[in-house]
Design a protein around this ligand. Structure first.
Ligand code: PLP
Length: 397
């Protein structure tokens, strides 16, 4: 996945363009910038490639999730249904808006279980946020039906799945809004950055305004602009956008490389009957950023994860025991440890979460290993790695 592995001359060239004119900001300073609009160029590229009407670049993926929910009108006291397995940023964004993260079970797709979503809907539910973890997706038709039936917004956190598709459409372009991260370890990197994509012209306008202090971006005099709504600063800088522009120009090459390396590992592990790959919903194609599989039990999975570590198979995660991605280890969230007072509604929501059990998620995450697919490997390195992984698994079961 990490695009930084292929950082090179193109990235340096784009950054040098920005350094030469010195305009490090994405808005304004038209006369000084010698026609260089890196953030705008990258937004157009995202729109064209992902076949979506609007893209708004932002300072991070966390900012993107926050902005996507904000333009959907999610705020104080609203409930957002999201999975127990995600990156902490997904619930951080919900909390930043004063809304309540309602965590529900995942299924063998490693993303939202539609049955668990339906069971969690209350009169306060405003949005459903599937997180397409580790390169593959939730059952988006089922989630879309639920959202239509209950009049909810569908926001896709596609930060880890750029390039994956569902029924011919790119992940992120299917819901009311979709989000990407271009942080240092994602498939395409800006250093730090993110984006919201949407086909909704109003949401696009609100995202552009909200992420820049509510500026309406009319005319050339920033000081004279109106502020139709309160905003915040989630802007990306031109330097970061320049890096992302060079990276994103290599979209097909990066996704193809991921697929090639993924396929070599998959073919090798497929020879072991006890290895069960994650379910990809019908009509879906992964981005191949990770390869995910289940082993027969928690004990075996722990054993394999430990053996991978000692035998030098890096970047394979057993999220059950990992602090970053699974509810079991999010003590700060479960105990509502905030630097500043939270609303009583949010405090009550988190207290409820702290009482919940997620047996179905525990079962799937307990038996899952999630291995990063790197872009920088050579074919023989991948083959060697795949055989080594298979050998360790066979020895452990
Ligand atoms: C990386 C990531 C984010 C946040 O992105 P940043 O750019 O690091 O803020 C959000 N959600 C998911 C699923 C991610 O993997």
């Amino acid at each position: 996945m990490p695009g930084f592995e292929l950082f090179g001359d193109q990235e340096r060239h784009e950054v040098n363009d920005v350094l030469q004119n010195g305009v490090l900001m994405r808005y304004g300073f038209d006369g000084m910038r010698n026609g260089h609009w890196k953030a705008k160029e990258l937004e157009v590229l995202l729109q064209e490639k992902l076949k979506v009407k609007h893209a708004q670049l932002l300072s991070s993926g966390t900012a993107a999730v926050t902005v996507a929910l904000a333009v959907c009108g999610v705020g104080a006291g609203d409930e957002v249904i999201m999975p127990t397995f995600t990156f902490v940023a997904s619930f951080e964004a919900v909390i930043a808006l004063g809304a309540i993260p309602v965590l529900v079970d995942i299924d063998d797709t490693l993303t939202l279980d539609p049955k668990a979503v339906e069971a969690a809907i209350t009169t306060k539910t405003k949005a459903v946020m599937p997180v397409h973890m580790c390169g593959s997706m939730a059952n988006l038709d089922a989630l879309r039906d639920i959202c239509v039936k209950h009049n909810l917004k569908l926001v896709e956190d596609a930060c880890q799945a750029i390039g994956g598709t569902y029924k011919g459409k790119y992940l992120g372009s299917i819901g009311d809004a979709g989000t990407f991260s271009f942080d240092f370890v994602k498939t395409f990197t800006c250093g730090e950055g993110g984006a919201v994509i949407t086909n909704n012209v109003n949401y696009a306008k609100l995202a552009d305004q909200y992420s820049d202090h509510g500026h309406d971006h009319q005319g050339n005099d920033r000081g004279a602009e109106e502020h139709p709504y309160l905003g915040y600063n989630y802007r990306i800088s031109e330097l970061n956008a320049a890096v992302g522009l060079a990276q994103f120009k290599r979209f097909d090459e990066f996704i193809q490389l991921q697929k090639k390396h993924y396929t070599i590992i998959r073919n090798e592990l497929s020879k072991i009957p006890e290895v069960i790959f994650r379910t990809v919903p019908a009509g879906g194609e992964e981005s191949y950023a990770f390869i995910n599989f289940f082993l027969p039990s928690l004990e075996i999975t722990r054993k394999v994860a430990a053996a991978f570590k000692t035998e030098g198979i890096d970047a394979c995660f057993h999220y059950y025991d990992n602090n970053w991605h699974y509810v079991r280890r999010w003590q700060h969230l479960l105990e509502a440890k905030s630097l500043f007072p939270l609303s009583s509604e949010l405090t009550a929501g988190l207290a409820k979460l702290n009482q919940q059990e997620f047996k179905q998620s525990d079962d799937f995450i307990g038996r899952n290993l999630s291995c990063l697919i790197k872009l920088g490997w050579t074919e023989s390195q991948v083959q060697e790695r795949a055989e080594k992984m298979a050998g360790i698994i066979i020895k452990s079961i």
